[in-house]
Design a protein around this ligand. Sequence first.
Ligand code: DOR
Ligand code: ZN
Length: 419
Amino acid sequence: MKTLLKNCKISGQNQNILISGQVIDYIGSNIPDADIEYDIKNNVVIPGIIDPHVHVRDLKQAEKEDWTSASDAALTGGITTIFDMPNNRPPTVNLQFLNLKREKAKKAKINYKFNIAATSENISQLIEILKTNPDDVTALKLFLAGSNTNEFVKKEEDIKQIFEISLKYNLPVIVHTEIQQCIENFSEKIKDRTLKDHNFIRNRECSVKGTELVISLAKEIGNKLYLAHISTAEEINIIKTEKNNCNIFCEVTPHHLLLDENILKEAGNFGKVNPPLRTKKDNERILQGINDGTVDTIGTDHAPHILSEKLQSYMHAPSGFPGLETYLPLLLNEINIGNITLQKFTELSSGNVAKIFNLKNRGKIETGFFADLTIVDMNKKWAIQAKNFKSKAKYSPFEGMTGKGNVIMTFVNGELKYN
Ligand code: DOR
Ligand code: ZN
């Protein structure tokens, strides 16, 4: 089957795209014959967003999110590929649990890959998975601290062993760099902990120390290190200096770019997240880091929880909130106000992700590449209303925010999946 997208704006030029089956066959000014035609009306076409940081849940937490609701949320947000994180019930720590997840993921309407857990206890099971050379596994995920219910690694020796495995099997290790002991030390300094203490308890120092630690270990071992959801100016500075010395990559989230802890006064626990929302200065340094080449990717850290859980008191409310449907509108608005160029954005949101995680023929609009395409109307106004989310988690710290630039169509492997 041949599909023609007429009048696409790609890198500022008016082009027609012919898709044959799942793949882009032609880009240019000719109008080839096709079975289906769409007039894109000179709207901007970008490579489908690849989100390397999504917590789909499903399995025993399907009430929080499942592959159907996560897919619908992703498509609404122009996201065509997601990497699912392993801190599920049951956690993705062995082949048996990975296979359970593979079964559930068959419902997905988008492309997907899995990041598998690396803990102190699952080294042999990890190797068992990796020996099968699975092409649906993109990375190992390592936590240095608890964040809701995940296992975390404390000993440097264990981190090194995980890095050795990542080197041997040529997969990046994604690290959540907050250090548990450090969090506990800060936590003890406060008696009656409330939400306003979250940024102090999960102190910036705990993120910075963890980032320093894993960079030094990765330099020693030589593995590919991917630092997830970097939240502080200090870390951006460290990564900027160390980038030339080792194989490190840096992800930021839309919330650490655009929100600071002041939003908690309005958002309450809807804004409780790990690492915490920091300060305006950190937001600014992250933006600079995007524009000076320190930041490689954007990940949503879409982390849905049930509304009633989020409405509990600070100590009981889980961390995390949905991000799939807010990511692209928020970033298109940043492009519209001139903070980021469209080209830089497409590097961070698709091209770099495909490169870092070795996705073949995805992440660019080129002949021979899969037709994962997101069509955006740069002038379409939006207001964030979480009650309309396709995600099961219908709340957001961005509630009520307004801006310009939104998704109008999402194609996955050549098929129109959202409009
Ligand atoms: O806020 C967070 N929520 N941070 C994490 O690292 C985990 C996530 C979740 O799974 O809920
Ligand atoms: Zn996460």
